[in-house]
Ligand binder design. Structure first.
Ligand code: 13P
Length: 250
């Protein structure tokens, strides 16, 4: 049985004090969420250590939003995978569309990052998704399949077993426009098929999250789809009540 996960990507929001408060509120309410649903929060780098302390003793997992494509050394401004582990992370988001779009993150770089994350004991939350032009041109299946193949096909089955995939259509991120449950399900099924072509039955064990304007009012319909195993939540993860309400939507 694959895991249901609701992960909150805080992006570049909250001060350290606000982040600690939000993390404490999520941890306090996390007992309302059934054990079958894993909650994860992904604050900015500066917040990881105090947030790890704030969620200690709860079942909430800690994720970073990115990690370096190098192990250590003279790479000013970068944060390595083993540093994230030492700060208390079990996960890191990789390949978010905002990093691909604004910071030039390529599939080649993501191959290195995903492998380094796994080698250091992190589960990558690997993001894929098409932009509006690609969707309107009917190229969404091809674009997403290529993103999956270019990066995840380089992994061994043992490495792949650690990966969580997040499908985030770029046109739905922060726009209030959600993919319909039908649009999301058909892409999730396609992603699982592409994973199965390389990794066989392991594809049934891989958690595939939906992200893009997911909120308490639409989570139930999305999570009811057979290939949608949870959500990667942006805006709505900044309010503990909304985040928990999403996690209660299974
Ligand atoms: P929103 O939920 O704000 O649309 O963001 C989704 C996202 O990008 C999560 O990684």
């Amino acid at each position: 049985m694959r895991k249901n996960i609701v992960a909150g990507n805080w992006k570049m929001n909250t001060t350290v004090a606000e982040g600690i408060e939000l993390a404490k509120a999520v941890a306090a309410k996390s007992s309302e969420v059934p054990a079958s649903v894993k909650l994860i929060i992904a604050p900015p780098f500066t917040h990881l250590v105090p947030v790890a302390e704030a969620i200690k003793g709860s079942c909430v997992g800690l994720s970073a939003q990115n990690c370096a494509d190098k192990e250590k050394g003279a790479y000013t401004g970068e944060v390595a995978a083993d540093m994230l582990v030492s700060a208390g992370c079990g996960y890191t988001i990789l390949g978010h569309s905002e990093r691909r779009q604004y910071y030039g993150e390529t599939d080649e770089k993501l191959v290195v990052k995903v492998k380094l994350a796994i080698a250091n004991g992190l589960s990558p939350i690997f993001c894929v998704g098409e932009n509006l032009d690609e969707r309107e041109a009917g190229r969404h299946f091809d674009v997403v399949s290529a993103q999956v193949k270019n990066v995840l096909y380089t992994l061994s089955a043992e490495e792949m077993a650690k990966v969580i995939i997040a499908y985030e259509p770029v046109w739905a991120i922060g726009t209030g426009k959600t993919a319909t449950a039908e649009q999301a399900q058909e892409i999730h099924a396609c992603i699982r098929k592409v994973v199965a072509e390389k990794f066989g039955d392991l594809a049934d064990e891989i958690t595939i999250l939906y992200g893009g304007s997911c909120k308490p009012s639409n989570a139930k319909e999305l999570f009811a789809c057979p290939d949608i195993d949870g959500g990667l939540i942006g805006g709505a993860s900044l309010k503990a009540d909304d985040f928990i309400a999403i996690a209660l939507s299974f």
